[in-house]
Design a protein around this ligand. Sequence first.
Ligand SMILES: [Zn+2]
Length: 180
Amino acid sequence: MASSDSAALVLNASYEPLCVVSSRRAAVLVLTAKAVAVADGDGVLHSERTSMAVPSVVRLSRFVKVPYRATVPLTRKAVFARDGGKCVYCSAPATSLDHVVPKSRGGPHTWDNVVSACSRCNHVKADRGIAELGWRFNRTPAVPAGSAWRVVGARRVDPRWRPFLDGGSAEDAAVLDEPA
Ligand SMILES: [Zn+2]
């Protein structure tokens, strides 16, 4: 029996990572011939008629069309992951989100206007824009891209998924723990 929190990576027929589902859900996909197991996890699942290794990675039997740019939800965890867990202004450990153009000045809550920041920079910056402060980015904030971002929401990244995920940094970022 798989532990309740075990998860499986679902690949498209083209081997592109699509999402993360529970191991039980992945097993159903395999048993209904909607997917084939690519990598086994730990343990065995039993049903009335059969038993199978807990799937860790499954691949869909039929190709599923996905939007060119799958949306990455704008969450604190995802912003921290994109920015490497560091303040984009001073590289100290990030503790909060900052709106580059402050909300009070109509700055939107979008990927190109939200960055991770430390409390000190957030406090110093307050309601000012970075041009007024003479601050600069090392990298312009943007919507994260790449298939590894499909698993940012997963609680942990199974090492057996790594061969199927692209972009090393995002892959590592996906397991980044938020500072307390
Ligand atoms: Zn800072």
